[in-house]
Design a binder for this molecule. Structure first.
Ligand code: TYM
Length: 330
């Protein structure tokens, strides 16, 4: 059976975009693969977060994974930092990599100016090698992610391939799985930029899964659109309406053509009312389950501990193999 893996950084509050890009597809397929889903807590440290906040976010994501439908019979949930092999392999993988190529990674280029001010941009710089290790360590074939992670998965493949060339076939090379609809959900107020969980909590353009639904409805009703008054999908010319159509398609499990056709005669206002209604119902359903899990921290910690034990078993076996291959194991 092939392996599937994905992860989320515990930075900020989970958004509808994270669900669509990183969780939905994973959950739909979890029984078809050996499935692992984790909280990328070490990656989360790229920018400083209060220890109290990161701890809280880790528990939030765990509860949310469960509320969204992660099935512990089939899927291993764990914290990246609980499985030290991730960092160990990340270091070994870095030997396959050049400073030049890491400095050309999109994420590094876009955030380095901000981080350079703190003089602490090394974590961001080596982010891709740790991410490659997250995936190669489990010989994952499939990695469901949003569009923004494409280059990271491509880099993971490259690095795995280089390692295999030098030492002989050691790692499975992964494929990304980017959703056909909703690969890049945009900010409702500025549909030219992606919806991000690092947005301030009061950001009107970001749908946080744990927001009060009345707030969510208001955000959707005030989403930026255009003056044309016609509903159809064209992300270039109509980014706002196209974004709402994508959200609707994902929530309703319809194709873009089907939603576009269904709402083509609606006014923008009536269309937004429909989107607000569907999204709120969807979110309320998740929130209901979320709070049941979140109120039982002991259970969440137990889930993470058991998950880490299972992941560690797989990871340490792979690291043994890698160390043997490299010549480090006597
Ligand atoms: P992170 O925490 O930024 O995001 C988690 C997931 O949400 C997706 N996503 C989106 N999808 C659609 N539209 C958007 N606007 C949007 N914003 C975010 C992301 O693509 C991602 O799937 N580097 C990763 C975490 C990670 C990881 C891994 C993922 C670390 N190691 C190994 C997969 C495999 C990240 O920062 O995701």
């Amino acid at each position: 059976m092939k392996t599937m893996i994905t992860g989320i950084r515990p930075t900020g509050t989970i958004t509808l975009a994270n669900y669509i890009g990183g969780i939905k597809k994973f959950i739909e397929q979890q029984k078809e693969y050996k499935s692992l889903i984790f909280i990328a807590d070490i990656h989360g440290l790229t920018t400083y977060i209060e220890p109290k906040e990161i701890r809280n976010n880790i528990l939030d994501i765990t509860a949310l994974y469960l509320a969204c439908g992660i099935d512990l019979e089939h899927t291993i949930i764990f914290q990246q930092g609980d499985v030290l092999e991730h960092c160990n392999l990340g270091f070994l993988i870095s030997f396959q990599c050049s400073v030049g190529e890491l400095s050309r990674m999109t994420q590094y280029k876009s955030k380095k100016l901000e981080l350079a001010k703190t003089d602490k941009d090394m974590g961001l710089f080596i982010y891709p090698t740790l991410m490659a290790a997250d995936i190669l360590l489990y010989d994952a074939s499939i990695v469901p992610v949003g569009e923004d992670q494409r280059t990271h998965i491509e880099k993971t493949r490259d690095l795995g391939e280089r390692f295999n060339k030098v030492y002989g076939k050691t790692f499975e090379l992964p494929e990304y799985q980017i959703p056909k609809i909703g690969a890049k959900i945009m900010n409702l107020q500025n549909p030219k930029v992606k919806m991000s969980k690092s947005a301030p909590k009061n950001d009107k353009g970001t749908i946080f899964i744990l927001d009060d639904v009345e707030i969510t409805k208001k955000k959707i009703m005030s989403a930026v659109t255009d003056n044309e008054g016609k509903i159809y999908f064209d992300p270039e010319r109509k980014p706002g309406i196209s974004n709402l159509l994508s959200i609707m398609a994902v929530i309703d499990n319809l194709s873009i053509e089907e939603v576009s056709d269904k709402y083509k005669d609606y006014t923008y206002k009536d269309f937004k009312i429909e989107v607000a209604d569907k999204v709120s119902k969807f979110i309320l359903n998740i929130q209901d389950k979320f709070y049941k899990y979140r109120n039982d921290e002991d259970y969440l910690k137990k889930v993470l501990k058991e998950g880490a034990n299972k992941a560690r078993k797989l990871a340490s076996k792979k690291m043994d193999e890698v160390r043997k291959t490299i010549g480090l194991k006597l």
